[in-house]
Unconditional design. Structure first.
Length: 298
């Protein structure tokens, strides 16, 4: 699964483009838009240029071009029209498809040009919620179905993290305007999915708070060490896969025991919070189902 794919099945094309395999076959037969390779058993296979072409065609089709018209364009004209669309303000409605194209081709320039076009109309917060989050969810599904490789996922995730860091750095140069709490953000031991936590750091900074970002796989002993440096702390713990279902309640109970005499608060967020026993929660130990829900409490 970690090898970068260069040959795709028609199911892969369906997963990546959102166009049903049945429709792709019809487009091939009626309009000759793709010329698949064939195995000895007559199974369709597609190379990367074919995937690129289909993603381009999908973008044009979603933009109002009829497939009959697209099929009459010279092959070199299709990416030219796509680039024209990408440079227009209407790119926002097609950004996810374009970002997927950038991912499949490891094309940083296309990622940056698409992002810049979005930023001309939207705030970074809007881009994150309206484009990046749906993109991340879709990429997760593509990875689980073996449509893309881990290399693709790492490539696009790094570029998104890069944008979060750039925007976060701008806020970190400003003095905090609120002093009722310091927010310390971390992932529990063995948890490495930090993209959501990175964005939360950005959000909390926008509200004027001081944040300390500890990052991934932080043991409880380290949390106790840093708590000695500040008076009023709100810890933000992002649980995507760790602690697992069997351990998450023990983890919360351990925190309550270690910080029993502390006035500090713990906010839990992520997929695993739905498994926390409500009896363990209270004013100082709260769980949130989403980033938006958490920010409402800032």
């Amino acid at each position: 699964m970690n090898n970068v794919k260069s040959v795709f099945s028609i199911k892969d094309l369906e997963n990546l483009s959102g166009i049903k395999a049945h429709t792709i076959r019809i487009w091939e037969k009626r309009y000759n838009i793709l010329e698949p390779m064939r195995t000895d058993t007559n199974i369709r296979l597609y190379d990367l240029p074919s995937l690129q072409k289909l993603l381009n065609i999908t973008l044009l089709h979603n933009h109002g071009y009829k497939i009959s018209k697209i099929s009459r364009f010279p092959s070199e004209r299709i990416p030219e029209i796509v680039n024209e669309i990408v440079t227009q303000k209407s790119v926002k409605s097609h950004a996810i498809t374009t970002f997927k194209m950038a991912m499949m081709n490891f094309d940083q320039s296309l990622f940056f040009s698409t992002y810049d076009a979005l930023l001309s109309e939207k705030s970074f917060r809007e881009i994150f919620f309206e484009v990046f989050i749906p993109l991340i969810h879709e990429i997760g599904s593509l990875w689980q179905t073996d449509t893309i490789s881990a290399a693709h996922e790492h490539f696009i995730s790094y570029l998104i993290k890069q944008k979060i860091l750039v925007n976060t750095e701008k806020l970190q140069t400003q003095e905090p305007t609120k002093n009722d709490s310091v927010f310390i953000l971390y992932l529990p031991a063995n948890e490495i999915h930090e993209l959501g936590l990175m964005y939360l750091n950005y959000e909390i900074l926008t509200y004027g708070y001081k944040t300390i970002y500890l990052g991934e796989s932080v043991p409880i002993d380290c949390i106790k060490d840093v708590s000695n440096h500040f008076d009023k702390i709100t810890f933000v713990c992002y649980m995507t896969v760790e602690p697992n279902i069997e351990e998450v309640n023990n983890y919360v109970s351990q925190l309550k025991s270690e910080f029993s005499e502390s006035e500090n608060s713990f906010w839990f967020i992520g997929r695993m919070v739905e498994n926390i026993d409500p009896k363990l929660l209270g004013p100082k130990y709260q769980s949130f189902q989403s980033i938006l829900e958490l920010t409402y409490n800032l």
